[in-house]
Design a protein around this ligand. Structure first.
Ligand code: ARG
Length: 457
């Protein structure tokens, strides 16, 4: 079979060589973007009187037919035609005859592929931003149900201070909020058209790049044709934003996994988001959370892969850049899937409020209250810390918690302690008093949730 670029060649490559160079196996995902790019290009060629109205009409008719066939999954791609651009061009020529060969006037596959990638990411990033928001709403809903649910807060995975469970959940809301902002900001650099940059240097035809950009819904055009065809920053940025998003999802997944273990038993995942064991009948595994934690690795890998691919490339286009696609597609599917699954998992999880309540009453996470109490009465905090530490030690020896200590033991340790200490040591009061801006006090959590709702557009 002759190649569309075969004129200069005396012999053709063997099939296995073609297979190595072809990208059609994966870039066929860009079929709609590629056809839309062609439609915009040929319309512009007509508007600028570069092609006759008759030619434009015939070509447009062919492209519309191809689009319909694509919707119906009736296009048959061939490795012999290398990539999505050459496959479609060949199909167009087969469909409408040699006039189809005029479509490629004033453009190159280099600006074409860059255009396809921009179009593709623009749509998918919009979808991802929407999915982040859906997940954020679910987090807010769960948080609203648990403002007064007491839970142990941790540092070093050791019980630290009692908190509102909603406060813990909302921490993830804000991580996702930053992710959303990063994706939104990246739109400025995705929403820009390389079309009309040609192979690298622009074209001799009197094209109107702003017009084809308009047809495609792009807000802007690249100012430099060489930059336009060789820029993959917007994909690196997407992979980087995705990596950070996955880091957040992975941390959350890790907590879900811990919380659903019998050791913690803070939550129960819905059956529809859990799996059983083929050998141990009692088991209910948090597989979905584990998978999200695991898939984080491939997203990081995709980022590292593309950075490494790009780092030594001279301007402008190089075939190395064909390697930008699979990691991007894979990342899009991975984060779309992870966001949907996580949202469902959090929406349907049962929070064991009694267990959380009991946990926080059977630990020393109220020790800071005692130290603060003494400090507020004038004892230097360092001494208050020491006194409290000794009382904790006394409790451990006796198998008590601070609230179980009789007043005389407490007063023996320090005479500033009075009857009101028992109220101060209650975890509920401890949480309520942490009313500093952004703290876990119930009032603050309510304010925070109101603030969060304003961010949901
Ligand atoms: N399949 C190529 C890619 O994905 C399209 C651009 C090819 N351009 C070229 N001059 N070989 O990068």
């Amino acid at each position: 079979m002759t190649k569309l670029w075969g004129g200069r060649f005396q012999k053709s490559a063997e099939q296995w060589v073609d297979e190595f160079g072809a990208s059609i196996e994966f870039d066929q995902k860009l079929v709609m973007e590629d056809i839309d790019g062609s439609i915009a290009h040929v319309q512009m060629l007509g508007d600028c009187n570069i092609l006759s109205t008759d030619d434009v009409d015939i070509i447009l008719g062919g492209l519309v037919q191809l689009k319909q066939l694509a919707v119906e999954h009736k296009l048959e791609f061939s490795i012999a035609n290398e990539d999505i651009h050459l496959n479609l061009e060949k199909m167009l020529i087969d469909l409408i005859g040699p006039v189809g060969g005029k479509l490629h006037t004033g453009r190159s596959r280099n600006d074409q592929i860059a255009t396809d990638m921009h179009l593709y990411l623009k749509n998918r990033v919009e979808e991802i931003i929407e999915l982040i928001q859906v997940f954020q709403k679910t987090i807010v809903n769960q948080a609203e149900d648990h403002i007064e649910t007491l839970a142990p807060g941790y540092t070093h995975l050791q019980r630290a201070q009692p908190i509102s469970f909603a406060h813990h959940l909302m921490a993830y809301f804000w991580m996702l909020e930053r992710d959303k902002e990063r994706f939104l900001d990246s739109m400025k650099r995705i929403d820009i058209s390389p079309l009309g940059s040609g192979a690298l240097a622009g074209t001799t035809f009197p094209i109107d790049r702003k017009l084809s950009a308009d047809y495609l819904g792009f807000s802007n055009v690249y100012a430099n044709s060489m930059d336009a065809v060789s820029d993959r920053d917007f994909i690196v940025e997407f992979l980087s934003n995705s990596s950070l998003l996955m880091t957040h999802l992975s941390r959350f997944a890790e907590e879900i996994i811990l919380w659903s273990s019998s050791e913690f038993n803070f939550i129960e995942l819905d059956d529809s988001f859990s799996t059983g064991s083929s050998i141990m009948p009692q088991k209910k595994n948090p597989d979905m959370a584990e998978l999200i934690r695991g898939k984080t690795g491939r997203v990081f890998g995709n980022l590292m892969g593309l950075l490494t691919t790009l780092k030594g490339l001279p301007l402008a286009y190089n075939k190395d850049m064909q390697e930008d696609k699979e990691g991007m597609f894979d990342t899009v599917e991975t984060i779309v899937g992870s966001l949907k699954i996580f949202e469902g998992m959090i929406r349907t999880m049962i929070v064991h409020t009694k267990r959380l309540h009991d946990t926080v009453h059977k630990d020393f996470s109220n020790a800071t209250e005692l130290a603060d109490y003494l400090a507020a009465k004038g004892l230097p905090f360092r001494e208050a810390h020491e006194v409290t530490g000794k009382l904790v030690f006394l409790c451990i020896q006796r198998g008590y918690f601070l609230l179980d200590l009789p007043l005389n033991d407490l007063q023996e340790a320090n005479s500033l302690i009075e009857e009101d200490i028992y109220e101060v040591l209650s975890p509920l009061a401890a949480v309520r008093r942490r009313n500093s801006l952004g703290g876990t006090g119930f009032n603050q959590v309510e304010i925070q949730i109101e603030e969060a709702k304003k961010r949901l557009i």
